[in-house]
Design a protein around this ligand. Sequence first.
Ligand code: NAD
Length: 315
Amino acid sequence: MRAVVTGAAGFIGSHLSAHLLAAGDTVIGVDSLTDYYAPALKARNLRELTPHPAFTFHRADLLEADLAALLDGVDVVYHLAGQPGVRPSWGREFALYDQRNLLASQALLEAARGRPLRKFVYASSSSVYGEAPIFPTPETVCPRPVSPYGVTKLAAEHLCELYRSAHGLPSVSLRLFTVYGPRQRPDMAFARLIAAALSGASFPLYGDGEQTRDFTYVLDVVSAMRDAARSRFTGVANLGGGSPVSMKQAIAAVEHMVGPVNLDPRPGGLGESRHTGADISLAARAFGYRPRTELLDGLAAMAAHAAALRGSVIG
Ligand code: NAD
């Protein structure tokens, strides 16, 4: 299949591109390399993809790119480009969330409608749920985001659903639950925890550490994205790891694996849900989703990758 991957230089997008290439697909990657975190890290992610003969890359902002030309002859669009991060989405920065999560998605959907696409796969987020009333949380729960980031992810998801019902676009919105693994964004908890354990720097722990997250390994996520694209399913589905753990438990696991972490307790972040936990039965039924990676195995792979990179920088 011929696929466009937006956000191809990012954490999940680079893993997805590698997965699609390994499965024999042709991949057209698009990314503007925003400075939400160091563009050099994104350039490094791309270096693992560019040698592949079936990979082409366009450095472009979705709001400025010639999307019609980009989507010509494409079977599947995987839309991962966006402005992540819950805490920074308050205040003036919101304009970036509006542009990169909502307006960019609308531009892409508009360019996609009327084309013979097999699937339009959107990377939505567990943050649409806010403080969910039920755990594990099924897709039928009314989403009530508690962060501006979550509001933009939900609004774009509604647009995907609207283009599906109004224009017959075969869209799938996958609500990803805290994705982790090698190359994780440096602002995310596991990446910061491992970096703190390796360097001795302190780790700001927001809240009491009893908050739980349904951590999901990145390779489970990207193979599910391709499976969803090849299935008959359209609509909204959760992708969670299947076994939520508390931040305290996650910290203990990193300390056991990498070394002690110097904690710097801070008040809980406004906009952070207290608990997340996915009911994954719909994804299991619809496209055979089954998370395969245990937290300790995934963390070990991530820690080994971080240590190797650190070694190569120091060396
Ligand atoms: P990331 O920041 O590593 O990747 C996003 C990429 O999109 C970046 O490389 C950025 O440069 C690019 N981008 C942003 N705006 C763009 C635009 N207008 N045009 C072109 N490129 C643009 O983030 P990630 O963690 O890999 O997340 C990927 C997607 O998955 C995001 O949409 C995010 O909201 C969603 N998601 C991630 C998680 C997670 O745990 N990482 C959880 C839920 C949802």
